[in-house]
Design a protein. Structure first.
Length: 251
């Protein structure tokens, strides 16, 4: 069990991990706790979404969606890669989550297929990030955005002492057929364009967590080591072969 991060803890964790961020006015008090009578926490993981739209900041902060009051996440990540803190309290982002998947997130075990017969309210237990993308399978996540996405998830995990197994996607928890997040990624580190997957995101988060929070992935492939100069014996052998070849040619 973990208590939700306080505003000061959010700031410290993100700053340490190298996440550039801004704070949307009122984010420290914005939430659905009072309206629902359900407090946020204890928290067990980080849930990832795509917005399925563009210019979504107003919707996720104060505008909401039909039948779904704001805030719709705890953090919003536009294509610039500069994270926006939206809320540090209960947010409408996860909806109903399969209980068997939630148990696996808590245990940091491979996530099973959703058993729709038993559900929990994911809004009670999961941080939510909305990453700006149309979700049409064509709209690209820029490098800066994906790098911030990895850092954001790692910051949460590092603060709570979790591993990358506490990172999940909405498509993995939802019993309502959600498909997010998805789409092509421009690249990350030394990797070129690839298709987003939660498995890859968890792998990249796990790699970050092996290093200090200040670590950055290399952006170019390491140069191969310079060849060692031949030994005296190798030079003599090579010379002997050339002499032999010349003698055969003259004969």
């Amino acid at each position: 069990m973990s208590d939700p991060m306080t505003p000061a803890q959010w700031r410290a964790a993100l700053k340490a991990e190298g996440v550039r961020f801004t704070e949307y006015d009122g984010w420290t008090t914005r939430g659905r706790d009072a309206a629902t009578g359900k407090p946020f926490g204890p928290v067990h993981g980080s849930l990832n979404h795509h917005t399925a739209g563009s210019n979504s900041l107003k919707a996720v902060t104060t505008g909401g969606a039909p039948g779904l009051p704001a805030p719709l996440c705890h953090a919003f990540l536009p294509k610039t890669g500069v994270l926006v803190l939206v809320s540090c309290h209960r947010a409408n982002h996860a909806g109903l989550a399969a209980a068997n998947v939630m148990a696996a997130i808590i245990a940091e075990k491979p996530l099973p297929k959703q058993d729709k017969s038993s559900t929990v309210d994911g809004n009670d237990q999961l941080y939510g990030i909305e990453t700006e993308n149309l979700g049409d399978g064509k709209d690209v996540y820029p490098r800066e955005q994906y790098d911030a996405w990895v850092r954001y998830n790692a910051a949460i995990c590092r603060h709570h002492g979790w591993g990358a197994g506490s990172v999940a996607g909405h498509l993995e928890t939802s019993v309502e057929g959600k498909v997010d997040p998805r789409g092509p990624v421009e690249g990350y580190g030394t990797r070129g364009k690839f298709t987003f997957s939660m498995g890859q995101l968890r792998t990249d988060v796990a790699e970050r967590l092996k290093h200090a929070a200040s670590w950055s992935p290399p952006t170019s492939a390491p140069k191969p080591p310079a060849p060692k100069p031949p030994t005296t014996e190798e030079r003599l052998t090579s010379l002997e072969k050339r002499v032999t070849a010349l003698e055969k040619k003259e004969a």
